[in-house]
Design a binder for this molecule. Structure first.
Ligand SMILES: Cc1ncc(COP(=O)(O)O)c(C=O)c1O
Length: 479
């Protein structure tokens, strides 16, 4: 008692608030009382209360949101998913109907959408974009109905070049080619870099769409162990290149991978680019989640920023930040530019003019940066809410990712659990879509006890109920 009485006022208040947080008087995502009311209620100075809040922040219990206050953070004490061992072998990608189903069913109406990694239209500037599209159609109709430059509308490419500095790149408008989403950018990149029969180095687990594109090009993969925080190790890449002579390219989501949410540090990016360059192997860098860092301004740079040889092909799109349905993506292909442009023109001529014009307008005058700051805060809060509910409802021995950014979670269950069966039951009986782990492996068989859960739709009672149901199904799947 004496001990407590002697604590400085800021620590005594921090400890009292910590007890309230830990006994669930506040829930994850709740706002703490304002600084002013803490001062009034506890008769403390502004300086003392701010000191208290900094202590709670250091303890990982609260987080500050600009101009909004302090919010309760969720502290996940469960272990992270385990990384696979290094397997120095090339595998073919097996066809999996489940990959197609995950995408098509996950997008259907009336389904609780925890399966597809898309942002909810509610958090996108849908009305503003619609207005911009309509205004372009009215005021620039003759340009809208025509083809635009095969490399992409010049206004859009100028906007991309303006933003490239945020990714650490000095890329000019002519260095970009506009594509139908990241998907087309990745397909073109693989087409120009990988000879027939070569293999692609990928992270593991890896986004299933990438596996399908690799499959459709008749290529093989080498699945690299991936640390849930630090990502792929450059030393493993070196070892794979040394042991396997047939590597055509390395394809990685360097910032906030899907499904693990890991990010390569600038040091790893630099080392990786250097190892690949020494071996003349191109890096296809998918940066689709790069803008979705936890809060504030964009933090991660790209591996492309270390590229001195034109060997990094940077691919991305607005699908995770503005509108997946507009299909506006791009590639900055380094020294492969001419071949990519030729292929793009041969295969699809150009991308639709109106969407490029509207997105260029949005990037220039749509308060895009403010929108990005908003959705960064939104996704980071979502990840916390979903993680907290999953830890509460799911069996106790799960492992769960702590994504550094983006908005998906990866859950690893007891090895006996069959997540494919669980996902099928969730869809058929409860209309809940989740992505079973096996679709993130080339053979369609690894990660049988894993699930990916997307946190792109705002927290609601329905989502809470859906997670509760998934927890119950997981419990009964194990019996
Ligand atoms: C890692 C990754 N790359 C590419 C894509 C495809 O994106 P887009 O809609 O830009 O084609 C996705 C979509 O989920 C993804 O997660």
């Amino acid at each position: 008692m004496h001990e407590i009485a002697r604590l400085p006022a800021y620590l005594a208040l921090a400890n009292a608030l910590q007890t309230q947080i830990e006994t669930n008087l506040f829930r994850v995502g709740d706002r703490l009382p304002s600084v002013r009311s803490l001062c009034n209620d506890h008769r403390l100075s502004l300086e003392t209360v701010l000191h208290t809040l900094r202590v709670l922040e250091d303890r990982g219990l609260v987080e500050a949101r600009p101009r909004s206050g302090f919010y309760i953070r969720f502290r996940n004490r469960l272990p992270e998913p385990s990384a696979q061992p290094l397997r120095l072998e090339e595998s073919t990608v097996e066809v999996s109907k489940l990959r197609y189903q995950a995408f098509s069913l996950g997008n259907s109406k009336g389904v609780i959408p925890l399966g597809v990694a898309i942002p909810s239209p509610e958090i996108l500037p849908t009305a503003k974009l619609a207005r911009m599209i309509a205004a372009k159609a009215r005021s620039e109709a003759s340009e809208v109905v025509g083809y635009t430059d095969p490399a992409g509308h010049p206004k859009l490419r100028r906007q991309l070049a303006r933003r490239a500095g945020d990714w650490g790149c000095l890329t000019g408008a002519d260095d970009f080619i506009v594509t139908n989403g990241t998907a087309e950018a990745l397909a073109l990149a693989l087409q120009v870099t990988c000879p027939p029969d070569s293999a692609v180095l990928v992270e593991s687990p890896t986004y299933y769409g990438v596996l399908e594109i690799i499959k459709s090009r008749g290529l093989r993969v080498v699945e690299l162990p991936t640390d849930p925080q630090a990502g792929v190790s450059p030393d493993d890449v070196k070892e794979a290149i040394r042991s396997l002579p047939n590597i055509g390219a390395c394809l990685l989501v360097t910032n906030y991978s899907n499904p693990l949410g890991c990010a390569l540090s600038p040091e790893r990016k630099k080392k990786l680019v250097s190892i690949l360059a020494k071996n003349s192997i191109p890096l296809i860098e998918d940066d689709i989640y790069g803008d979705l860092c936890p809060s504030g301004e964009r933090r991660p740079i790209t591996a492309k920023s270390f590229d001195k040889d034109g060997l990094v092909l940077l691919c991305s799109s607005i699908s995770k930040t503005l509108a997946p349905g507009l299909r506006v993506g791009w590639i900055s292909p380094g020294k492969f530019r001419d071949r990519i442009l030729q292929l793009k023109t041969n295969q699809t001529l150009t991308c639709p003019t109106i969407t490029q014009m509207a997105v260029a307008e949005f990037l220039e005058h749509g308060a895009y940066d403010a929108h990005l700051r908003r959705i960064r805060g939104f996704f980071s809060e979502q990840l916390q809410r979903f993680s907290s509910a999953i830890v509460h409802y799911f069996p106790q021995n799960i492992r769960i990712s702590r994504p550094q950014g983006g908005f998906v979670l990866w859950i690893e269950f007891d090895p006996r659990l069959n997540a494919t069966e669980l996902a099928a039951r969730a869809m058929n009986r409860h209309r809940i879509s989740v992505a079973p782990g096996c679709i993130f492996s080339a053979n369609g068989k690894d990660f049988q006890n894993c699930l990916r859960i997307s946190c792109g739709y705002p927290w609601s009672a329905k989502i809470d109920e859906a997670l509760k149901t998934l927890g119950r199904l997981a419990g009964s799947n194990l019996r």
